[in-house]
Design a protein around this ligand. Structure first.
Ligand code: DON
Length: 304
């Protein structure tokens, strides 16, 4: 497969001027990002790399990081994790509070904000230094010891994070949060602020395309069963109330973030990351989704 040719075609077909959405602004620092940014990176199972555009530039990965925190919680808790968070698509926006009331504080899945906050509670309760252990985990699977939080983005989200603080308070009232609110949201805002490039994201997500093993070293980070579960959750819940549309158009497990990044994997074939900060009204990168649709259409390869 000539992935570079496919990427060149995608780059030449797409222009940020053709999309109608807007860069995220509810986190003030994100509103400053240049809407013209566009990059894509594919990392293949045979260790080849292909890319275009701004694929080496760091951006705020936001909800993509929820896949890393979920992975850490699965390693710590095994199947007991599913007593605290469910595995069903929500069909609601990522920051919705409504289902929690009639579902007794158990979030529908680990990728909506409520679910990621329960996962954060678990990590804060069980780890001595959760932020450092998160960095260690991401640095290890990426192979880059310099990956870090973006303190400005984390502080910016904290200054306007009333919905997430409300979610934690509400779930605590319903008995599904153990720690105090502040350390949980502090961990969560830092998690979402992780600053990575498309290249680094494609490298990190290779473990989900390679049955839980780091491609370069062969070290097993997650069991094949855990990887099956995480990929199933990305497929069914990775895009919130647009998960059906992403499956329909792209046909790969994936995860988006309001920084405009999307990662997707094709088991045994590749992991791919794309970044374009202009979001559609459901909070997912407009050009990113289009680029991935073209990738699976032009390559004739999806999981379906
Ligand atoms: O909690 C929030 O609202 C953000 N830190 C993350 C949201 C997000 O990335 C949703 N994904 N598309």
């Amino acid at each position: 497969m000539d992935y570079q040719k496919i990427l060149n075609t995608i780059e030449s077909e797409m222009n940020y001027r053709d999309v109608e959405g807007k860069v995220a602004s509810y986190i003030p620092e994100l509103a400053k990002v240049d809407p013209r940014k566009f990059g894509m990176h594919i990392y293949c199972g045979d260790k080849q790399h292909f890319c275009f555009g701004d694929s080496d530039e760091n951006f705020s990965i936001q909800s993509i990081a929820k896949v890393f925190s979920l992975s850490m919680a699965m390693i710590l808790m095994g199947e007991d994790l599913w007593k605290r968070v469910d595995v069903e698509p929500s069909g609601d926006p990522f920051n919705s509070l409504t289902q929690l009331e009639y579902e007794q504080g158990v979030p529908r899945n680990p990728f909506i904000n409520a679910g990621a906050l329960v996962i954060s509670d678990i990590l804060v309760a069980q780890l001595e230094d959760p932020k450092q252990e998160l960095l260690d985990f991401v640095r290890k699977i990426t192979g880059n010891p310099e990956i870090d939080f973006d303190k400005k983005i984390a502080a910016s989200e904290k200054s306007t994070g009333y919905r997430n603080i409300a979610l934690v308070n509400y779930m605590k009232a319903l008995g599904n949060i153990k720690c105090e609110v502040e350390p949980i949201v502090d961990f969560y805002f830092n998690l979402c602020s992780l600053s990575m490039s498309c290249k680094e994201l494609a490298q990190a997500f290779m473990i989900y395309a390679n049955k839980g093993k780091i491609l370069d070293t062969g070290e097993e980070i997650l069991t094949p069963t855990s990887v099956k579960r995480i990929n199933a959750l990305m497929q069914t819940c990775g895009f919130y109330d647009e998960a059906g549309e992403f499956s329909f158009e792209v046909g790969l497990p994936g995860k988006s973030g309001v920084g405009g990044g999307i990662v997707a994997i094709h088991p045994d074939q590749y992991s791919v990351a794309v970044w374009s900060p202009i979001l559609n009204h459901k909070g997912n990168s407009e050009l990113g989704m289009k680029a991935l649709e073209r990738l699976t259409t032009l390559s004739g390869l999806s999981v379906f």
